[in-house]
Design a protein around this ligand. Structure first.
Ligand code: AMP
Ligand code: ZN
Length: 111
């Protein structure tokens, strides 16, 4: 499997971990776009948000239930959650992940 995030999950590539449990990890983004930029990633390989379905959505609920825990760990008072779905929307790593951005006022524009 050549997927970068699967390799991070398996420990084949190092990462700066913020949170980990049996279903998800959260790591600092290599190329941060805000003072705090963390990626929350399901351990299971799901390519993109468009591949979420009834049989794999439990992990997504779990992931979202941990975002406040991760945000608290990072001392974030508020934050933006972003998902890029497929190349046309700017997805560059084809393993589902949610960006958590914060640490400064972000403004209202997302594009
Ligand atoms: P996206 O463009 O939504 O697919 O986001 C992919 C993100 O992964 C980008 O913000 C990259 O900076 C980040 N990224 C790529 N490789 C790594 C890595 N090895 N460790 C941490 N973040 C990474
Ligand atoms: Zn993967």
């Amino acid at each position: 499997m050549s997927c970068i995030f699967c390799k991070i999950v398996n420990g084949e590539i190092p990462s700066n971990k913020v949170y980990e449990d049996d279903k998800i990890i959260a790591i600092h983004d290599l190329n941060p776009q805000a003072p705090v930029h963390v990626l929350v990633i399901p351990k299971e390989h799901i390519a993109c948000a468009d591949d979420i379905n009834e049989s794999n959505c439990e992990v997504i609920g779990h992931l979202f239930s941990k975002i406040p825990v991760i945000a608290k760990e990072l001392n974030l008072d508020g934050y933006r959650i972003i998902n890029n779905c497929k190349e046309v929307a700017g997805q560059t790593v084809m393993h589902l992940h949610f960006h958590i951005l914060g640490g400064k006022p972000l403004g209202e524009k997302i594009v």
